[in-house]
Design a protein around this ligand. Structure first.
Ligand SMILES: [Zn+2]
Length: 300
């Protein structure tokens, strides 16, 4: 298949994912995990080469919980390509496919993605709609035009409900949500300024990820700037004991000296050099797969 030089749309993602499954049926499986408000399918893809699948540590990768941050999806797809194409050819990749279970949810918010907007079809910011620290108090939170509107109550949306059900069925050691932009590695908590009991572990892993990313990525707690309730990261960590990271891939293209970028949010979030940016993030993601087998992580 020709390499993508343009950003994927919803149909192009489905067709690429189906092609990959057809080409590598012995290591790739696709599952439908739910539907969006507008009846678009939510898909999860699994890569694993071991028939004794339940023995292997699991890692979850997600993108497009915010429908405009398409570069996150491109990074995720690049990782899927790296694992499938490298299997049986590259020793390290073959090991990671055989000895880990990698799960991917490429599009958590397909309606937002189709409409090129952050929130879902009901104006809910899905990364504020999970249950840990969910807050609908305050006048702005009651207004669905507000940028971070969390929804009327926790898990009110079909998309977050489906993801919650899915993560309940699995025991993920680690997870990585791919967002953009600003070049940050984030870890819990988001809903409080407090540190988690795994703060030191988050810092150690985060620093290793930092070394594997090109450019100046900062390591920050999710709540470093302001407290955000109802995130997927706090849900995974607090309710499911998953060491969850959020990566703000790339620096985006918003530039004060380039007026052409001022009024096009798509450009703020999504760099022009897709392939380069996607590859820049792969080693950090592979690192998470690698350490998922470490005793101090899997037996926490
Ligand atoms: Zn985001």
């Amino acid at each position: 298949m020709a390499e993508k030089t343009k950003y994927h749309n919803y149909e192009a993602v489905l067709s690429e994912v189906m092609d990959i499954q057809k080409k590598y049926p012995y290591i790739v499986k696709i599952e439908k995990i739910g539907q969006s408000h507008q009846k678009r399918d939510l898909l999860a893809l699994k890569i694993s080469g071991d028939p004794h699948k339940d023995k292997n540590p699991k890692v979850l990768f997600t993108s497009l919980i915010h429908g405009l941050e398409v570069i996150g999806l491109e990074v995720l797809l690049e990782l899927v390509r790296r694992l499938t194409r490298g299997y049986g050819k590259d020793e390290h990749i073959t090991f990671l496919v055989r000895k880990r279970e990698s799960w991917f949810i490429p599009i958590i918010n397909p309606d937002g993605f189709a409409q090129k907007k952050r929130k879902n079809a009901k104006g809910v910011d899905l990364n504020r709609n999970f249950s840990v620290g969910f807050s609908s108090s305050g006048i702005l939170n009651k207004w669905n035009k507000w940028f971070f509107y969390p929804g009327p109550y926790p898990l009110s949306e079909p998309e977050t409900k489906a993801v919650k059900k899915f993560i309940q069925r699995h025991d993920f050691a680690l997870s990585l949500s791919l967002h953009s932009f600003t070049g940050l590695i984030n870890y819990p908590y988001g809903h409080t300024k407090k540190n988690t009991k795994d703060h030191r572990l988050f810092l150690t892993i985060g620093k290793e990820m930092q070394k594997r990313l090109c450019g100046d990525y900062k390591l920050r707690k999710l709540s470093w700037f302001y407290r955000l309730g109802g995130s997927l990261e706090d849900e995974l960590y607090e309710r499911h004991n998953t060491l969850s990271f959020l990566l703000e891939t790339s620096k985006g293209e918003l530039s004060l000296i380039k007026p052409s970028t001022w009024f096009d949010p798509f450009e703020w979030f999504n760099p022009k050099k897709i392939k380069e940016c996607a590859q820049n993030n792969i080693e950090a993601a592979l690192y998470l797969l690698e350490i998922a087998g470490r005793a101090d992580i899997r037996d926490r």
